[in-house]
Each structure stands twice: as structure tokens, then as C-alpha cells.
Design a protein around this ligand. Structure first.
Ligand code: NCD
Length: 345
């Protein structure tokens, strides 16, 4: 049996660095990884997002971050994450700069630190960073001016904490706030997925009853059992009686060498079809962080079917990102119970 208390030492990230996410009062200052954050902080993000979900449905804009300047610094491709961060910032009345790296001075050889210093000179307040290197958001948080908050929008294979939190929000909205009785199966390319790593940490922090990963051996990290999950190689067995099935994209851009026979063969073994989904609970929800590859990891009839909440995830991403931005920039909002955050970490 796996040990849920085990905290994996991670990739390039020094073990003591995750605490830079919290300020001296135990409040969230940067959001870089789920690791090292307590149940209270994750619930505070979800509760705050709940209050913003209403804003998104009605008035669309609140003045909370008026006068703040937020910079989207995306060194890797993105559709959903970048645009929902931008919308979230705008709905909080912040000013947003989107730096196009391919046309910025980075392409003329300017170092990352010099780019940061210039953005700081423009009195920016927050950097939202996506980068192909694991540890890049931590690096920026360590080198940015003290008043700046850094949010990780995906660093290499390491972490994608706002995606994990919007996924937790989607689960909570569909299955209720008590994760203890839930069986959640994450299926596919776990090895290359920063989303899966952050989801596993978040699910375990929220005390999910049964967290499973389902994948071929070649697409699983070696330390996977130590992350507090049970491992399956057969799809139907792995999603049996699951409440939540999370599908992942094959991240070919991160694959070195031949890890897979072919996409067709992968679909035959691990692709989610209506027939295979019968193995999960009748009211199971199907999730995917996007972009989806139809006919590779998921059949169109499932992606567009009535159990799919894939587009709801996108919608909820705005409220969750509003929550994280407001908590890191203006202290806690909608915070019901943070007095014991410190003990909880
Ligand atoms: C994911 C990512 O970029 O890590 N997508 C996302 O942020 N919505 C997953 C992926 O690219 O497959």
C-alpha cells in the first residue's frame, strides 16, 4: 500500500524552496507548486473561487486589483491558460501586459533576469510565467523584487498549480466538498505531465480517498508509487467504479525516443470510449486539461458527451485564477479560516 504522507523530493527544486510561496504570516505570496501548501490554503483558494464564479456569471468585473499591473510571460505555447489568466486579471480590474516572447528582446539575446529588471522598472506587480524548464517559476520568484508575486502557469514537467486547482474546483462543484469518499483516476501520459503531478499533490492534500494513475509503464515516472497513488496498467480496471476520470494528452513535444508503438495502438489500449467508460460509476465525470487529441486519448463521443465537464473546467479556470491573483496580491479575500495555516503546512 502506498504511503500518503510521503513527500517526494522533486526534480530540480530544492527541498526548502517551496516555503518561499508563503509570507511571514503564512499567507500565499507566490503560487509555484501545490507541494508544501496545507489543506486550509487549498480550501481558501476554492472558497474564494466560489465567490468569484458568481461575478463571472453576472457583473463580470470587480475593482479589487485596480491599479495593479500583471504581466503574462509565456515562453511556451498556451491557449486556455494564458487567456483565462488575462480574463481573470481584467475581471479584477488590473492592467495586463502580454509579452510575446518570440517578438521580444529575448530573441535578441537579452537574459531572463534583464527582462525581469526592465518589467520591474515599469512598476509591475505580478509575473505569470510559463516556461519549458522545470524550476523556472521558482527561479524567477527567487530573483524578482520583493513586492512582486509570481504565479506558475506551467514549468516543464514539474508543476501547473492553477490547473490543478481549477480541476479540484470542478470536482468539488460536481461531487461536493468532501473528497474522502472519492475515487479519482488519472489516465495517460503521467511521465511528462506537470498537470498530473500537481493534481496528485492537490488530491492528496484534500484527503481524496483513492487516487489512481492508469498508464503504460513507459509513461509513468519511476517514483510514482511514492506520490501516494495506486498504479494500474489496464484502463478498464483502473477506472473501475471511479467518480472522476481525468484524461491526459500524449505530450509528444516532451518525449525523447520511442515510448509508444503508435497513436492508433495507444487509442486501442488507453483511449476513453463510451464502452470503456461503462466501467466507471454511472455518474462519473470525465475531465481533460486540454488541448484534447480526439481519437488519440479520448473518443469524440466521450469528449462531447453528457459526462464530460471539459469546457466547465475552462470556465472555472477564470474564477480560480481570480482567486489566486487576489489572494497573492491583496492578501486574503473571502478567507474564512486561515489562522492555523502555519501549523497545517
Ligand atoms: C496542459 C499544459 O500545458 O501543461 N494544458 C493546459 O495548461 N491546459 C496540458 C497539455 O498541454 O497537455
Amino acid at each position: 500500500m502506498v504511503n500518503k504522507a510521503t513527500r517526494p523530493t522533486d526534480l530540480l527544486i530544492g527541498q526548502d524552496l517551496w516555503n518561499i510561496q508563503l509570507d511571514a504570516n503564512g499567507k500565499l505570496k507566490h503560487f509555484l507548486t501545490i507541494e508544501g501548501l496545507g489543506t486550509n490554503i487549498l480550501n481558501q483558494i476554492l472558497d474564494t473561487a466560489e465567490s468569484f464564479a458568481g461575478v463571472n456569471e453576472s457583473v463580470k468585473k470587480v475593482p479589487l486589483l485596480r491599479g495593479k499591473t500583471i504581466v503574462n510571460l509565456f515562453f511556451e505555447a498556451s491557449t486556455r491558460t494564458r487567456t483565462t489568466f488575462e480574463l481573470a486579471a481584467k475581471r479584477l480590474s488590473a492592467d495586463v501586459l502580454n509579452i510575446n516572447i518570440s517578438t521580444s528582446a529575448t530573441s535578441k539575446g537579452e537574459s531572463l533576469l534583464d527582462t525581469l529588471r526592465n518589467l520591474e522598472a515599469m512598476q509591475c506587480d505580478m509575473f505569470i510565467v510559463r516556461h519549458a524548464n522545470s524550476g523556472s517559476a521558482h527561479f524567477i520568484a527567487n530573483h524578482a523584487a520583493p513586492h512582486i508575486s509570481v504565479l506558475n502557469a506551467g514549468d516543464g514537467r514539474h508543476a501547473h498549480p492553477t490547473q490543478a486547482m481549477l480541476d479540484m474546483f470542478t470536482i468539488r462543484r460536481n461531487k461536493g466538498a468532501d473528497f474522502g469518499g472519492l475515487r479519482v483516476a488519472i489516465v495517460g501520459d503521467i511521465l511528462h505531465s506537470r498537470v498530473a503531478r500537481s493534481q496528485i499533490h492537490a488530491l492528496n492534500t484534500l484527503n481524496t480517498g483513492d487516487v489512481r494513475v492508469v498508464a503504460p509503464r513507459t509513461l509513468l515516472p519511476k517514483d510514482i508509487e511514492q506520490m501516494g497513488v495506486s498504479v494500474f496498467h489496464d484502463l478498464e480496471e483502473g477506472i473501475k467504479d471511479a467518480d472522476v476520470v481525468i484524461m491526459l494528452r500524449l505530450q509528444k513535444e516532451r518525449m525523447q525516443g520511442a515510448l509508444l508503438p503508435s497513436e492508433q495502438e495507444y487509442f486501442q489500449l488507453y483511449g476513453l470510449t463510451e464502452e470503456r467508460l461503462q466501467s466507471a460509476k454511472p455518474d462519473a465525470i470525465v475531465m481533460h486539461p486540454g488541448p484534447i487529441n480526439r481519437g488519440v486519448e479520448i473518443d469524440s463521443s466521450v469528449a462531447d458527451g453528457n459526462r464530460s465537464v471539459i469546457l466547465n473546467q475552462v470556465t472555472y479556470g477564470i474564477a480560480v485564477r481570480m482567486a489566486v491573483m487576489s489572494m497573492t496580491l491583496s492578501g486574503s479575500i473571502g478567507n474564512k479560516n486561515t489562522s492555523d495555516d502555519k501549523e497545517d503546512k
